[in-house]
Design a protein around this ligand. Sequence first.
Ligand code: ADP
Length: 234
Amino acid sequence: MPIELRSVTKTYETEKTPAVRDISLRIAPGEFVCFIGPSGCGKSTVLKLISGLETPERGTIEAPQKTAMSFQFGALFPWLTVFENVALGLRTEGKSETHVMRAVYQELDAMKIREFEHKYPADLSGGQRQRVGIARALAVDPEVLLLDEPFSALDPQTTAELHDDIIDAWRRTKKTIILVSHLIEEAVSMGERVVLMKAGRIEADFRVDLPYPRRESEGFHRDVMKIRREFFRA
Ligand code: ADP
């Protein structure tokens, strides 16, 4: 099912001004959408509203029941191994051991981290931890994968590799992916659609119709420039 936000406003209890103001948005099943905008403009709040972690004070949200979020730095349980971190959601759902093994190894392979299955998060690099977080989110087979700044603590090489693997995961699973980023280039290199937010509102909604891999493609810089002009427009 699609995700549909209609005139959604959200103000956190401790705040005077809304984090999200009167947002309306429709995301089709299987779409890859990137949210960009300056820090504090409400991107993460939109993700939390879609996942049901936060509720709107005004407006309505329709979204698939099953969404999974991967957070900044992976947000793993330090006392569990990589395998057990990825298995956690499936165990909570009461899945059989056969199902758990199959699903966990499928995602560990897809994210190229099977060799680390017995390690603990403290023994992994930032990029590897982020991969575990994404594998964990995918393992429960959600309809929607929500990624909140998954690359913010990573070096450029690790980030580029992870970009490619997320695009591969999207093509393989055909899931809806919503990614929050503060980098225009990153959003244009990944999403089919780039939604620009400012001060709690949607400022612009761009379609990116370029073949992958995009960074070398002719249209890439043109699209980045187009969005950059809107991004920095007062
Ligand atoms: P972004 O993801 O674009 O950086 P956020 O959605 O995290 O923006 O935040 C939007 C606004 O809401 C900011 O002003 C932020 O300080 C505020 N905010 C976010 N989360 C909370 C919270 N749990 N409690 C109070 N204020 C919050």
